[in-house]
Design a protein around this ligand. Structure first.
Ligand SMILES: O=c1[nH]cnc2c1ncn2[C@H]1C[C@H](O)[C@@H](CO)O1
Ligand SMILES: [Zn+2]
Length: 369
């Protein structure tokens, strides 16, 4: 039985969980303008509206490489402890205002050293900003929680150093490690030493894979690098043959290749970011995005923002787009949210508590209105 299609305000009020959100892709346009003015960085626009529009237009180029070029303007204003703390504080506040109750936010410390900071200082500044933001939210009577994922850039050669950095800060809210950046030509196995170190340390890993490059990248991330989650992972759909019609349980009839079957059988979470995928050309539209097929086939799908500023989005926007353009209903949103909470890099009991004490009651409250 399908549940009603929620409107935008219901989606905004629903408790949401985001596992894939880049700190340097989610700044407020006003903050970029203000900080750029302070450091003398030239931007392609001079007011918040046209700057936000510039990011949208530049990001929607259909290529990951061009999408990533827009980050020069955000990274330029994230090079001091004060700047990082402000951006992180605003990130926590903005996510909470959108109804996000748990977030894992990522960034690449190696990209924040131009102002003379050391790697540990970068992490400490961001952690301090998240703590301030969470406290601001609490002071206004709401609750959110933000964890940190440290990213290493896949074209660079600092992944082992960043992996060690992540492990050093595991007691203060760094919960995972990721690799990001241009995918083609930079397979995840280049960073095998970092992944092997992290496995020895029992430290969680997610890998951007199956966005700009297809199945081999996903296979390598899972089977060679032993990732716990897949950043995007949408091109797993290339390993699925849709046969048409539905089975007795209402699921689409389909034949899964070995990699797709492995990912589904082992419940490997897919951190799907629909708008970002449309921007980079990994999907034609939200309506045609493979996330709906993957949901119907009961992969462990989660819904994410990727880059709120760059893709002009939010969790509520991603979920509303899925409702309006791909036929998702409230039960689907709840399911994806619980999937995300189950897949978080938190201890099992804390994940369970958030599901039972926050997510499920939040959905009950929505239904009661
Ligand atoms: O979707 C993405 N794919 C690959 N790399 C990405 C994506 N979004 C952001 N990045 C890169 C650009 C950022 O500077 C970096 C760290 O957050 O990660
Ligand atoms: Zn990403």
């Amino acid at each position: 039985m399908s549940s009603p299609a929620p409107d935008r305000s219901t989606v905004t009020r629903a408790p949401k969980v985001v596992l894939h959100d880049h700190l340097d892709g989610g700044l407020r346009p006003g903050t970029v303008l203000e900080l750029a003015g302070e450091v003398g960085h030239r931007l392609p626009a001079t007011d918040t509206e046209s700057l936000a529009a510039w990011f949208r237009a530049a990001a929607g180029s259909g290529s990951l490489e061009l999408y990533l070029e827009t980050f020069t303007h955000t990274l330029a204003v994230m090079q001091t402890a004060e700047q990082l703390r402000r951006v992180a504080r605003e990130c926590a506040v903005d996510l909470a205002a959108d109804g996000v109750v748990y977030a894992e936010v990522r960034f690449a410390p190696e990209q924040h050293l131009a102002g003379g900071l050391q790697l540990d200082e970068v992490v400490e500044a961001v952690q301090a900003g998240f703590a301030e933001g969470v406290a601001d939210v609490a002071a206004r009577g709401a609750t959110t929680r933000v964890s940190t994922v440290l990213t290493a850039m896949r074209h660079a050669a600092r992944s082992t150093e960043i992996a060690e950095l992540a492990v050093r800060h595991r007691e203060s809210g760094v919960v995972g490690f990721d690799i990001a950046g241009a995918e083609e030509g930079y397979p995840p196995s280049r960073h095998l030493a970092a992944f092997e170190y992290l496995h020895r340390e029992n430290f969680p890993v997610t890998i951007h894979a199956g966005e700009a490059f297809g199945l081999p990248s996903i296979w390598e991330a899972v089977q060679v690098c032993g990732t716990s989650r897949l950043g995007h992972g949408v091109r797993i759909a290339e390993d699925i043959e849709v046969l048409g019609g539905r089975d007795d349980h209402g699921r689409p009839r389909a034949r899964l290749g070995r990699t797709a079957a492995w990912v589904r059988d082992h419940r490997i979470p897919l951190e799907v970011c629909p708008t970002s995928n449309v921007d980079t050309g990994a999907a034609r539209s939200v309506a045609e995005h493979p996330v709906t097929l993957l949901k119907d086939l009961r992969f462990r799908v989660t819904v994410n923002t990727d880059n709120r500023l760059v893709s002009g989005t939010s969790m509520s926007q991603e979920m509303t787009a899925l409702v309006e353009q791909a036929g998702w209903d409230l039960a689907d949103l709840r399911w994806a949210t619980i999937n995300a909470m189950k897949s978080a890099f938190l201890p099992f009991d804390e994940r369970l508590d958030l599901i039972e004490d926050v997510v499920k009651p939040g959905y009950v409250a929505l239904a009661a209105r």
